[in-house]
Design a protein around this ligand. Structure first.
Ligand code: RBV
Length: 427
């Protein structure tokens, strides 16, 4: 047993926090038709009775609606954050007030507190895990392997988490099944592209009060997130430069009309640098040397490893908070390089950050919810390892959303169905 306190015990005025957190949740919920549709079923059927769900996610209003949905579907839930800066304490307090939920998430925790809170979640001996970044799966495998036998499975939210899980699976080290929620069309084509694109740019603009128009914006990484960031920055009249290591993605960015070049060349041109590679050391000392005075450095990848802040700190002759959420590093020649949100994912970790827009998180969390339901419905169907989300679950969520949007769509006739399944018809 750990004695790490839940959020309620850590706040001076938990009642006021709870009320504000609930208000934020109510607002989000009005715009989450998928979770609302699932709620009707889950409340009636109680599919998660007898389940204990351990979660590590960005604890804010939209996530809270997923957590509450699972709890109202019968589960006992314990949750903590998946990033030291992304928690909204008021929302965490609102969750903690629910009789089936304990929330340990708190904004601004240090490394020790972060991992102590994960251990506190693991203390409920989860039968199901829901992660964003895989820190919970890692902690269970490393420190509590005896719990694995009673875990039915898990679900992983983000690209980095799925990447880590696949590496773990390749090593033969992943001992229970985990759904790659990130990889579904309903998640990555919306959350990664539009969600990251919109929320990163909005957070940077709000944090700095600076314009995109006429800026040289360097987007490092042209995956789904990079594609979204580049498109939205371009839509705000910025000149976009893309850096890539994968030849086909570099070519795709080039054909999309962006300038593609190595970071070593982009460094002296960029006004804003936004990293979305999922890899480390993308912007380093050699690049800092060349940058213009006043540049903005931000990251929207899951971990704070893309901009080499240790090197930047070593090079700086002075370092100070230039604005809330902006740390200026002054070089010996007087240039100031401004790091946003401590290099942590800017769309969630900046002081004013709200995370992705509600609508896309409704989709992502709709997939999470049906994955948890699938694990309970078919507990023996999945071996240890990473699993694609079954396509019919992804389609189910898309159909709920289309219906909520009032969008009707076609279906195949019998003849078309047969034609699509045949190979005999040629010219
Ligand atoms: N993300 N969550 C939010 N709750 O506001 N915003 C973004 C939120 C997720 C998103 O799905 C992405 O895959 C992950 O955060 C990166 O940690």
């Amino acid at each position: 047993m750990t004695d790490y306190p839940s959020i309620t015990a850590q706040l001076d005025d938990p009642d006021a926090a709870r009320e504000e957190g609930r208000r934020k949740m109510d607002w989000a919920r009005q715009h989450m038709p998928i979770l609302n549709a699932l709620r009707e079923d889950f409340e009636a059927d109680q599919p998660f009775a007898d389940q204990r769900i351990g979660m590590a996610m960005h604890v804010e209003a939209k996530t809270a609606n997923l957590v509450e949905l699972l709890a109202d579907g019968g589960a006992e839930v314990a949750i903590t954050g998946c990033n030291p800066l992304s928690t909204h304490d008021d929302v965490s307090a609102a969750l903690d007030a629910h009789e089936n939920i304990t929330s340990y998430a708190k904004r601004g925790v240090d490394d020790d507190e972060y991992y102590a809170a994960i251990e506190a979640v693991i203390d409920i001996e989860p039968t199901i895990t829901v992660d964003d970044g895989m820190d919970m799966v890692a902690a269970i495998h490393e420190d509590y392997p005896e719990l694995i036998d009673s875990i039915i499975g898990g679900a992983e939210e983000t690209t980095t988490g799925v990447h880590r899980l696949r590496a773990m699976d390749d090593d033969g080290a992943l001992d229970y099944p985990v759904f790659a929620v990130n990889d579904t069309p309903m998640k990555r084509l919306f959350d990664n592209v539009h969600g990251t694109g919109e929320s990163s740019l909005a957070s940077i603009a709000m944090t700095t009060n600076l314009s995109w128009a006429g800026k040289n914006v360097v987007v490092a990484g042209y995956g789904d997130c990079g594609r979204g960031v580049a498109k939205k920055a371009s839509g705000q009249n910025a000149d976009v430069i893309v850096t890539e290591v994968e030849p086909r993605r570099a070519l795709e960015a080039h054909m999309e009309g962006y300038d593609v070049m190595p970071m070593s060349e982009a460094a002296e041109i960029g006004d804003v640098f936004l990293t979305v590679t999922g890899n480390r050391d993308v912007v380093t000392a050699e690049h800092f040397e060349q940058m213009k005075d006043g540049v903005l450095l931000a990251n929207a990848g899951h971990f704070d490893i893309e901009v080499d802040l240790d090197a930047l700190s070593d090079m700086a002759v002075d370092q100070y908070e230039a604005r809330d959420g902006v740390e200026a590093y002054e070089m010996d020649d007087g240039r100031r390089l401004n790091v946003l949100a401590e290099g942590r994912l800017v769309n969630l970790a900046a002081p004013i950050a709200l995370g992705h827009p509600v609508e896309v998180m409704d989709q992502s969390f709709g997939i999470q919810a049906v994955c948890v339901r699938e694990l309970v419905d078919n507990p023996d169907a999945y071996d240890a390892g990473v699993h694609d989300v079954p396509d019919d679950l992804d389609k189910e969520v898309a159909e709920i959303k289309l219906e909520a949007e009032g969008v009707d769509f076609d279906s195949l006739t019998d003849t078309q169905e047969e034609y699509m399944g045949s190979w005999q018809h040629g010219t």
